[in-house]
Design a protein around this ligand. Structure first.
Ligand SMILES: Nc1ncnc2c1ncn2[C@@H]1O[C@H](COP(=O)(O)OP(=O)(O)OP(=O)(O)O)[C@@H](O)[C@H]1O
Ligand SMILES: [Mg+2]
Length: 405
């Protein structure tokens, strides 16, 4: 199974965090304050651009101080239910939020994307938590201004800066040494500059480019970028013919797509090459398993599951074939295919039906059965822009309807 380098080289200690010296110092001072009782601010807010080390820093902090780590995701409905329960009744804090010995670091990731913002219930629960907690709390966000000021005011705000090219190059050098890849400085510079301070995506780029190479020169970088699009069909075809799991997984890396997208391309193209029904059954089985892992990875931000998903969509799909392959013209997956795959299509359909129902004074069910197919036809053959506008249809909804007709 392949391992993401971002996970393999995730900083485990605060001082391993690159380029965030000031933030790290403030975090440690605050954490030490907890040793003497409850500091004035029970929480810190780590904010800043994506891929700069916020989540990694929170875990490292807990690890370094020997605190238990409770990771919650604020965008998850279940998380808020837990917080509400704990914050609402002081008696229950004993179980989850007040360890008898030592502290528990409560990390609330995605605090700028809280579930239940319309009724503000989500933020109320967090505010309560900050007031009542007897344990240190870390909020994490990309955009601090999306968080209500009452909550921001209760936190010590700590900025995570975009990393400079220098800093990023140093991290890449270290990884290359560990992976025994000999890389030209210009090559690393080129990779680092493309990522605009986001170390996560830079490391992902490095891993993709370095796949199967011992040496990395500046020349490897440019064609790699240019060929991205053109290559995808070739890579997919090779994937269908892959003879072992290792080869399939390497090809997946060369596909160079985010996991959901890679799966959509595979789902769209590879099953059509299969001739034997038994092969098809196995391939779809692997695809749907990959889909399940991806959904879980996303929901729980457990990106380790990408590995399983990756294995399923590459090795799982490739090795499900016993019979011959036929030649088909490959095509790019339309958004609608992606919807169908993720079962979101039902959501799209229902949202159109609701809009139609409201305008035409029928039930959603009726709208779905009797109106949607016609709407599709109208959109397809007569433009139907007026109707789409009237119903305030989103692009994805229009596409769904056209596909339906
Ligand atoms: N400052 C850093 N030093 C070393 N590695 C880093 C740093 N920032 C990011 N990384 C690498 O990128 C990966 C992702 O970082 P992390 O999840 O902490 O980013 P984040 O700031 O929480 O991003 P997001 O806002 O998207 O959640 C880490 O596992 C690590 O491999
Ligand atoms: Mg994060």
């Amino acid at each position: 199974m392949f391992e993401l380098w971002t996970e393999k080289y995730q900083p485990r200690k605060l001082r391993e965090l690159a380029g965030q010296g000031q933030a790290v110092k403030t975090m440690l001072d605050w954490a030490n304050g907890w040793k003497r009782g409850r500091p004035k601010k029970s929480a810190i807010l780590l904010y800043g651009a994506t891929g700069t080390g916020k989540t990694a820093a929170a875990s490292a902090l807990a690890h370094e101080l020997g605190w238990d780590l409770i990771e919650l995701n604020a965008s998850d409905k279940r998380t808020l239910q837990v917080i509400r329960k704990v914050a609402g009744t002081a008696a229950t804090t004993g179980t989850l939020f007040a360890g008898a010995s030592g502290k528990r670091l409560v990390v609330l990731d995605e605090a700028d994307n809280v579930y239940g913002t319309t009724d503000r219930g989500g933020y109320r629960a967090i505010a309560e938590l900050l007031k009542q907690t007897r344990n240190p709390v870390v909020l994490i966000a990309n955009d601090q201004y999306k968080i209500p000021w009452e909550i921001r005011g209760a936190c010590l705000a700590i900025n995570f800066r975009r990393l400079t090219t220098e800093t990023i190059v140093n991290v890449l050098k270290r990884i290359c040494r560990a992976e025994r890849v000999e890389a030209e400085p210009q090559a690393l510079r080129a990779i680092a500059e493309a990522a605009k301070g986001d170390l996560r995506s830079t490391i992902n780029d490095l891993q993709t480019i370095a796949m199967g190479r011992k040496r990395l020169t500046a020349r490897d970088i440019t064609p790699y970028r240019r060929d991205r699009e053109a290559n995808i069909f070739d890579v997919l075809r090779q994937l269908a013919y892959a003879k072992n799991g290792r080869e399939a997984r390497e090809l997946l890396w060369r596909l160079d797509r985010p996991p959901d997208d890679a799966l959509a391309w595979i789902d769209e193209n590879i099953p059509r090459m299969l001739i034997e029904p038994a092969d098809l059954v196995r391939a779809y089985d692997a695809i749907s398993r990959a889909d399940i892992f991806l959904t879980r990875a996303r929901r729980r931000r457990a990106y380790g599951m990408w590995g399983y998903a990756g294995d399923m969509m590459s090795a799982g799909v490739a090795l499900s074939r016993e019979g011959k392959l036929k030649f088909v013209r490959f095509q790019s997956p339309s958004p609608i295919v992606r919807f169908a795959r993720t079962r979101a299509s039902r959501g799209v359909r229902d949202s159109i039906a609701r809009k139609v129902a409201a305008r035409c004074h029928v039930s959603s069910k009726e709208a779905r059965k009797h109106y949607l197919p016609y709407l599709g036809l109208i959109l397809k053959h007569r433009g139907g822009a007026g109707i789409a506008e009237e119903l305030e249809l989103e692009d994805a909804e229009k596409e769904y309807l056209v596909k339906l007709a």
